[in-house]
Structure formats: structure tokens, C-alpha cells
Design a protein around this ligand. Structure first.
Ligand SMILES: Cc1ncc(COP(=O)(O)O)c(C=O)c1O
Length: 401
């Protein structure tokens, strides 16, 4: 028998923490709890009929290929369709720039494996996507947070941090941003900030990692150009995914990178899974080929746009003085800020007792701050659940504050 199993773990494995969201989600399984905690799409949006039809066709016509191993880079037909989808924003995208991954979460892991040595610096937003923190942490990166405001990452503060690091002869490996309807805050980076971010990245010669799963989920206002579409110097790696547009269960996503980085990224992926599932890749390729995605996105926009409206109205109606929240124009999340003395981690058990769940804000902060904040999701609960859940949350906060 091994007496001390932990003594055998690598330093990297010991550094890997389980996501606080995933841990919290265990509590929210009870049907009586209204959960604003996950980032789940509404299953009513899943195009089940189309996918059933396409799945049968793939098995009938391409069964031998669909059930076989495939290239590590991904199925050519899918990479072509994704490149076409990306042409909308930048016409120089080629299938060779696309690497298919099992969710963009795998893309984050592949990029971390490719770029990060222990103690390497990653710059990210405060707050930032928890799965990004998890991936960078697993490779023992040092994360440096840059606060953001209503327009996204504060580039003036980024410049100050980069100048300080330069004095210490330290160069970050990349700047990680979720510029569209950010998870967790719902904030979208303004065009001016995107342009300044690129200028700063060029000046300091640092790649940008643009993670944008919510870009097409806009419910109001005009789209802001993607950072990669403004990039003229091959500085941007993009993560895209079908999780929020089609469904997360297929696990089809992509990493789009300048040609010079592709070979290493493919090699890093090869050791993880040899290839992504061929069957689901061919299903998504056919879905795109049939031109079904724009209509699907329209449907989702309508459903989530209504839910967002309902949540904003409920917040307005029920929340006590001293509570503020973001007003996103898309995505799946809204960010709530409470008076400084309120600690959302300590409040969480009480929320569960009141049959409502959220994600604690500190989980999204690489510096452990944000203890008076929380993230709430509006895509998964029904409209009546949103109203009732916000009412419960507000009642609890009123009592506490
Ligand atoms: C910003 C961001 N990146 C990546 C992911 C991972 O998505 P998936 O692995 O399902 O593609 C998510 C999921 O919520 C996300 O919000």
C-alpha cells in the first residue's frame, strides 16, 4: 500500500485546483434551487431535430470515416467551414490557421502547454474567466490582473504594469482577454480600447489571446470589430466555440492562430487526444454547410435577449440600495456588486438555504479579491425562475445589508 499518495504527484498536478463553480454546481442540482450559477445554455435552444437528421446522414453516407481516427488538426471540411465563418470578419483566415479542439477549454490547455513554463507571466482581466485561471494555474504561470471598467481592460493600467515588468526584465507570455460580453462581467471592450490594446501589444511584442465564445450573442446595439480583425501584425490567437451557439455536448471548438504557431499547437494537442471526435466534427461541418447557423443564432438571441430583459427588470424591482449590476448587451452573464463589507462566499450557504445559487466573485479574481461580487447567469433558468430567483436573492441581501 502507498502510505502517502500525494508525495507522488508532480508539482504541476498539485497546482491544479478544481473549479469553484463546478464544486458549487453540486449544490444546485436539487430541483428546488433556482440556479444562476452555471453557464449552461437553455436546452430549448438545442437544434435537436436538425442534428438528428444530420447525424443519421453522416452515419449512412460517411460512417466509416465518422467512426475512424482523424487528423490532429481536425477534419478538413470543418476547418474550411469555420474559416468561411471567420471570413466575415477577416478575409485572410485560412483552414490551415484552424485547429479543432474539444471545447475551447481544451484550446486554453493547449495554448498553456505550448507557451507557459513555471513562473511565466500571463496578463489577464480582473475579473477573468475561471477556466482560463484554471488552465494557466495548471502550468504554474504567474497571473497578473488588470482591472477593467465599463469599456473593458484599463489599458492605462496595463501599460503601467508592462513598464514595471520591463524594468524587472520580465516579459509576459500573452495577454488573455474575453472582449465580448465577458464571462463573468458581461462587459464588452470598446473599439478604442481594442485598438489601444493592439498598439500596446505591438510595442511590447506580446501576443494577445482573444477568447470570444459570446461574440455572436448580441441582443442590442452594434457589434464592435473583433481584435483579430483589427490585427495587422499576426499578434492574436483566437478561441472560438460552438458550445453556446449550437450545444456544448458536441464539444466542438477551435483555436485560430497565425501560421508560425500552428505546428507547435498541433504537436501539443497530439499528446492529449490524438484527434477530436471525428463524428461530431462531421456533424458540425454539415450543419454549417447547410447554412443553418445564422437562423439558430437568431433564435438564441431572441430567447436570451428576453431573459436578460426579465433579469434586469427584476433586479431593478427587488434589489436594495447599495447593490449595483452590469447592463450587458449580450452573452449569458451579469455581474453584481454589493457594498464592500458583504462577503459573497460567506453568504453562499444562506443563499442555498433560500434556494437560490450564484457564483462567488472572488473565484474570478487571480488576486483573490472581489469578495463583494457575484456572477449570475440568465440563459439557463426560465423567465419565471429568473424573477423568483432574483426576488429570493434580493430578500436575502436586504436582510444582510
Ligand atoms: C470565456 C470562456 N472561454 C472558454 C469557455 C469554454 O467553453 P467550451 O469549452 O465549452 O468551448 C467558456 C465557457 O463558459 C467561457 O466562458
Amino acid at each position: 500500500m502507498i502510505n502517502n499518495p500525494a508525495a507522488f504527484y508532480s508539482k504541476a498536478a498539485l497546482n491544479i485546483k478544481r473549479s469553484e463553480i463546478r464544486e458549487l454546481l453540486k449544490f444546485t442540482r436539487q430541483p428546488s434551487i433556482i440556479s444562476f450559477a452555471g453557464g449552461y445554455p437553455d436546452p430549448k435552444t438545442f437544434p435537436i431535430k436538425d442534428l438528428e437528421d444530420i447525424s443519421c446522414q453522416i452515419l449512412r453516407e460517411k460512417g466509416a470515416t465518422a467512426l475512424q481516427y482523424g487528423p490532429t488538426e481536425g477534419e478538413e471540411s470543418l476547418r474550411e467551414e469555420i474559416a468561411k465563418w471567420m471570413y466575415r470578419e477577416k478575409s485572410s483566415i485560412r483552414p490551415d490557421n484552424i485547429l479543432i479542439t474539444a471545447g475551447s477549454q481544451q484550446g486554453l490547455d493547449i495554448i498553456s502547454k505550448t507557451f507557459l513554463d513555471p513562473n511565466d507571466i500571463v496578463i489577464l482581466e480582473l475579473p477573468s474567466y475561471i477556466g482560463g485561471l484554471q488552465a494557466f494555474n495548471a502550468y504554474r504561470a504567474k497571473m497578473v490582473g488588470v482591472p477593467h471598467d465599463d469599456e473593458g481592460m484599463r489599458i492605462d493600467l496595463l501599460e503601467r504594469i508592462l513598464a514595471e515588468l520591463e524594468k524587472e526584465i520580465q516579459k509576459p507570455k500573452f495577454i488573455y482577454v474575453v472582449p465580448d460580453f465577458q464571462n463573468p462581467s458581461g462587459i464588452t471592450m470598446s473599439l478604442e480600447r481594442r485598438q489601444r490594446l493592439l498598439e500596446v501589444a505591438y510595442r511590447y511584442e506580446i501576443p494577445i489571446l482573444e477568447d470570444s465564445p459570446y461574440r455572436d450573442l448580441r441582443y442590442a446595439g452594434d457589434s464592435v470589430p473583433a481584435i483579430y480583425s483589427l490585427d495587422t501584425q499576426n499578434h492574436v490567437i483566437v478561441l472560438g466555440t460552438f458550445s453556446k451557439l449550437l450545444c456544448p455536448g458536441l464539444r466542438i471548438a477551435w483555436t485560430m492562430a497565425p501560421t508560425e504557431w500552428m505546428e507547435r499547437l498541433v504537436a501539443a494537442k497530439q499528446g492529449m487526444d490524438l484527434c477530436s471526435p471525428t463524428y461530431t466534427q462531421l456533424i458540425v461541418a454539415e450543419y454549417l454547410k447547410r447554412g443553418l447557423l445564422p437562423k439558430q443564432i437568431e433564435k438564441i438571441r431572441h430567447i436570451y435577449g428576453e431573459k436578460l430583459k426579465v433579469m434586469l427588470e427584476a433586479l431593478e424591482k427587488y434589489m436594495p440600495q447599495g447593490v449595483s449590476w452590469s447592463h450587458p448587451k449580450g452573452g449569458l452573464f451579469l455581474w453584481i456588486e454589493l457594498p464592500k463589507q458583504v462577503n459573497t462566499t460567506n453568504l453562499f450557504p444562506k443563499a442555498i438555504k433560500n434556494k437560490v445559487a450564484y457564483v462567488i466573485g472572488s473565484a474570478f479574481h487571480c488576486d483573490g479579491k472581489g469578495t463583494n461580487t457575484m456572477r449570475v447567469n440568465f440563459s439557463y433558468p426560465s423567465e419565471p425562475q429568473i424573477v423568483e430567483g432574483i426576488r429570493r436573492l434580493a430578500k436575502m441581501l436586504k436582510e444582510h445589508i
